[in-house]
Every structure is written in structure tokens, then in C-alpha cells.
Design a protein around this ligand. Sequence first.
Ligand code: SF4
Length: 150
Amino acid sequence: MKKVIALSACLLGKQCRYDASDNKNESLLTLLEGAELIAFCPEDYAFGTPRPTMDLIETKEGCKAISNESGEDLSSPVIAYAKDFFDRHPQIDVFIGKDRSPSCGVCSAKVYDKEKNLLRIDEAGLMAQEAKKRHIHCLDAEHFTLQGQI
Ligand code: SF4
């Protein structure tokens, strides 16, 4: 049976990054030939493209996605998108997220303190956190491309 893979849309070539560019990854797409791909982009859905960047900031209530432009907490719309996405696609076998993204990174997102000092570089982005909570097998795209198999 075909594997069902949820994949960051920018890796497929969708121009949904903050600056309306993409992260198309041909080697990754070659490795995924034959799988059923379901693309997602929480930030494009919630905030549109182009948009200001955001970073994960450690707070007393956990990691929050904070706008680098307004300082606003943007976590809720990203988490709401993620919950709805996984509710609508319960058949997903594997989640492949764009490494280092505060939404999609699996073990590679940067976390800062409120003064913007870097605390760690191995956090899950907010959408990847939701995938992990649902016990979906999760991989960073970079890791998957190096590993070459699921
Ligand atoms: S990394 Fe995730 S949120 Fe960012 S552009 Fe790609 S799919 Fe969208």
C-alpha cells in the first residue's frame, strides 16, 4: 500500500515562504516518488504570503511563535491549522517538515529567550509538535534526504 506523507508545501515548490519563495527539493521529491503526498503550509493559510517572519520564544507557558514585526503571539492560528489538518487526514503515516522552520521543523527549530539569545536548536515547530502528539512518525526534510528512506 502507498505510504501517505504529509509534506511542507514549500518543499514541493509552492512559493509560500515568508518572502514568497520556495524550498523545492528535487532529491527529496525523487525519494518520495510512489508515495501519496499531502501538502500543508500553516503560515500561508493563517497569515498569507508574503508575511513577516516569526521566531519561537521560550515563555513561562512554553514555546510561542512571536512575530518579528509586531511582537504578537501568532501561535494559536498555527496550532488550530495543525489540529484541523491532522483531524482531516487521519491516514497520514509520515510527517516531513522543512527543517529549522518554527512551524514545520521536526528537531531543528531554533528557540530564543525574550532578549533574542539563542537557547537551543533542536525544538519541534508548532505544527510538528502536533504531529508528534498524535504519534505520527516525523522527520526533518534534511534528515530524510540524507537517510534516503522512511
Ligand atoms: S516551512 Fe512550513 S510554514 Fe514555512 S513556508 Fe514551508 S510549509 Fe509553510
